[in-house]
Ligand binder design. Structure first.
Ligand SMILES: NC(=O)c1ccc[n+]([C@@H]2O[C@H](COP(=O)([O-])OP(=O)(O)OC[C@H]3O[C@@H](n4cnc5c(N)ncnc54)[C@H](O)[C@@H]3O)[C@@H](O)[C@H]2O)c1
Length: 280
């Protein structure tokens, strides 16, 4: 599968959260790192769990790509600064940053604890802030760069994840503001908003059983296409936005969600009637 069309040939990319929660399937960061490497980029794979990023590196190197692992916790400024320095020292420059780290947290405004609110903002927003803070000056100096923030449709539709939704909404606001501030420095900033994709992280939080199977089915059925989405769907959108093919696109959020934002629930009812909910 070592095909290359060279969309990002010769570029240097950082992908944060480039490992993947263990389990079947592939996370969005891992898939994005592999996609960018297949398209010709050298990729710094950043993860707080480096053994996960090592598996991504193996996958990339198996198909002839170039990658290195950086172990770091991107909620910490020192790690974010060292990450950017490592990319430049290892590969010579920095062209692309994919801010992919994130994790959902279920809870309403009433039952969410303050500590959970802060932690969710740290993981979903602070990591992107710090990674960007140290990446932008390198890109500005060369007058070119592309940043892709991985958001979520939770920023756009209610789903009972108050802190996560608010943090992803802020990430989209950050996308627009960065696009404004750094456009004249040749830096594009965009976001991808994945919908109900299935990744190992999603599967890991639901206990196996008929309810989990039902939710799996519904993740496909809720969209206009009626097919499942995964980390690769996000990866190819991120790779496009990162590449020069998107050279006149900045400040946008690209939904990757099988059209769930396009339709009202009522209009989906006829399609969903064929999916009986389990009794348990
Ligand atoms: N899975 C979905 O359905 C879905 C839907 C919408 C948006 N997203 C977004 O996609 C992104 C990735 O989701 P995924 O399902 O692939 O997750 P994942 O858990 O498989 O991958 C995230 C990686 O980030 C790493 N990480 C976590 N905190 C870190 C930190 N402080 N510093 C460095 N690395 C850290 C983890 O170790 C993990 O390997 C997230 O931003 C998530 O919010 C996912």
């Amino acid at each position: 599968m070592a095909y290359r069309t060279g969309r990002v040939e010769g570029k240097v990319a950082i992908v944060t959260g480039a490992g993947s929660t263990p389990g079947p399937g592939i996370g969005t960061g891992k898939a994005t790192a592999v996609a960018l490497a297949r398209e010709g980029a050298s990729v710094l794979l950043v993860d707080v769990a480096p053994e996960r990023a090592e598996l991504t590196r193996e996958l990339i190197e198996e198909s002839g790509g170039k990658a290195a692992v950086f172990a770091g916790d991107l909620t910490k400024a020192a790690d974010a600064e060292a990450m950017v320095r490592t990319a430049v020292d290892t590969f010579g420059t920095l062209d692309i940053l994919v801010n992919n780290i994130g994790r959902a947290a279920v809870g309403t405004v009433v039952d969410t604890e303050e500590a959970d609110w802060d932690r969710t903002f740290d993981i979903n927003l602070r990591t992107a802030f710090l990674a960007s803070k140290y990446s932008v000056p390198v890109m500005a100096e060369k007058g070119a760069g592309s940043i892709v923030n991985i958001s979520s449709i939770s920023a756009l539709r209610g789903d009972g994840t108050i802190a996560y939704s608010a943090a992803k909404g802020a990430l989209q606001a950050m996308t627009v503001d960065m696009a404004y501030s750094h456009g004249r420095q040749g830096i594009r900033v965009n976001a991808v908003a994945p919908g109900h994709i299935t990744t190992p992280m999603v599967l890991s939080v639901s206990a196996p059983g008929s309810r989990a199977e039902f939710m799996n089915t519904m993740r496909s059925e809720a969209g206009l296409l009626g097919t499942p989405g995964d980390g690769w769907d996000v990866a190819w959108a991120a790779a496009f936005l990162a590449s020069d093919e998107a050279r006149w696109i900045t400040g946008v959020t690209l939904p990757v969600e099988s059209g769930v934002l396009t339709v009202t629930p009522l209009m989906m009812a006829p399609h969903l009637r064929g999916v009986p909910e389990p009794a348990e």
